[in-house]
Design a binder for this molecule. Structure first.
Ligand SMILES: [Zn+2]
Length: 232
């Protein structure tokens, strides 16, 4: 195999290596939690906090109602027991019972409101939980395919690297130096295929005499883009 052909093969290896490495970077970056997942989790946290707040409010109100009810009951017992004779004390007791009654009515209203809020928060919580489950499942599925691709890319990159190592000793050192320099200057593509008379590096036509020389296995450079051209 001629040196230009060997260089063309090296270029094929390096081009694929570059593409696969770039894709590997994308795959690694994609294995992060998505905006959608973060949003669903945030919504769930908010729903849980809201539900807990209303449950706790409901409980506090219920306990307070119990305490007010007990207190009113004790005062009523005292009022009707006949043990209190002093008119001022009796009047105070009646006032206290009336005040406790008003407090109880207000508490019952608040408890009803809290119950409705708990119900609504529970519904929002259930919806957020379902959404989070669905988004998580979808994300995990995409992660599985990304993991698989990552593994395949790593294997391929490793194989290309080995291929390159086997390939290098077949090239003259000065050719290799020139190849690396040209690759740096030409955006990673030092060797372009020559398809009939078209340079695949710049897609322009190469003069007939150059095409002929390339076909003879000589080192020929595209007059337009400067890349080494090899018939394919
Ligand atoms: Zn060209």
């Amino acid at each position: 195999m001629s040196q230009p052909q060997l260089l063309y093969q090296l270029q094929q290896i390096d081009t694929e290596f570059q593409e696969k490495r770039q894709r590997l970077g994308e795959v690694l970056r994609a294995q992060k939690e998505t905006e959608e997942l973060l949003a669903a989790r945030k919504q769930m946290e908010t729903a849980v906090a809201t539900l807990r707040r209303w449950q706790s409010r409901h409980k506090t109100l219920t306990l307070e109602l119990q305490s007010v009810t007990d207190k009113a009951k004790r005062s009523e017992q005292r009022l009707y027991s006949g043990s209190v004779k002093n008119p001022k004390e009796l009047a105070d007791l009646e006032h206290e019972i009336a005040a406790l009654g008003r407090r109880r009515a207000a508490l019952e209203d608040d408890i009803l409101e809290a119950m409705l809020e708990v119900e609504s928060a529970q519904a929002e919580h259930d919806q957020a939980a379902a959404q989070l489950t669905a988004v998580t499942a979808q994300w995990e599925k995409s992660q599985a395919s990304l993991k698989k691709e990552q593994h395949e890319l790593a294997l391929r990159l490793n194989a290309l690297n080995e291929q390159r190592q086997h390939h290098l000793p077949r090239l003259a050192p000065e050719r290799l130096v020139e190849y690396e320099q040209l690759r740096q200057k030409k955006g990673g593509l030092a060797v372009a295929g020559l398809q009939q008379t078209m340079c695949l590096g710049c897609r322009l036509t190469v003069p007939a005499n150059k095409v002929k020389e390339a076909q003879e296995g000589r080192l020929v450079y595209c007059p337009s883009c400067g890349r080494l051209i090899v018939p394919i």
